[in-house]
Ligand binder design. Sequence first.
Ligand code: ZN
Length: 276
Amino acid sequence: MTDPRSPDPARLSLNTATIRKQWGLGEAIAGCARHGIRAIAPWRDQLQALGVSEAVSRIRDQGLRVSSLCRGGFFTADDALNLDDNRLAVDEAAAIGAECLVLVVGGLVEGTRDLADARRRVADGIAALGDHARAQAVRLAIEPLHPMYAADRGCINTLRQALDLCERLGPDVGVAIDTYHVWWDPELEVQIARAGAAGRILAYHVCDWLQPTEDLLADRGMPGDGVIELRRLRGMVEAAGYDGCCEIEIFSEKNWWRRDPDEVLRVCVERYASAV
Ligand code: ZN
């Protein structure tokens, strides 16, 4: 596949994880406005800290698109499938006009080794959340996570597995494709095409895989600093018909979370144009 054209600047979205150590949501909204970023993807803790109605009004004042809300899920956290908190997440996503609610589904039930049981619970949990999400017109986006997180964060680990689950759950459910989690998958192109053909690509998250990676969670790279063929991956997603936002989402304890957040946003804008 040849490199696609440079991405549309209007479709860059700041996932607020990228500057979460420096800024709250209010500062992130203002930062997007200063840097010409037209979309944002808040995390729920930051949304709750600012207050949902205050966030709604600030997002509206800046005319920002809300590409997703991060995140619901963790269905394996308790016997009630974490449904109370997940319903609240749906309500929050609806209130801020998020285009989807990203689900990080949860790993093994604590104290067990039963991965099949964890996966069954995840399927049950998403199915149980479905009516509430449909009633609020919130689409649920399953984010397959890199298999290194299967025990503690997410037991859905490939796009194929997520799409198989979507097919059992119905047309409203889709996937959040995150380059960090799926770049290694030999089936990636086929499964992205499958997701697109079914209208199930609800979000696209971008960061880079650093070589070496020093921390399993918080050593993700700025686009262009790692080994993922990001431009090729975006080409696959767009060829599959996805025309939504591209969220830059970086967890970076030792680097980007320690920098001046205005510098981080400046670099995000540059790298979006040159490396995504
Ligand atoms: Zn992600």
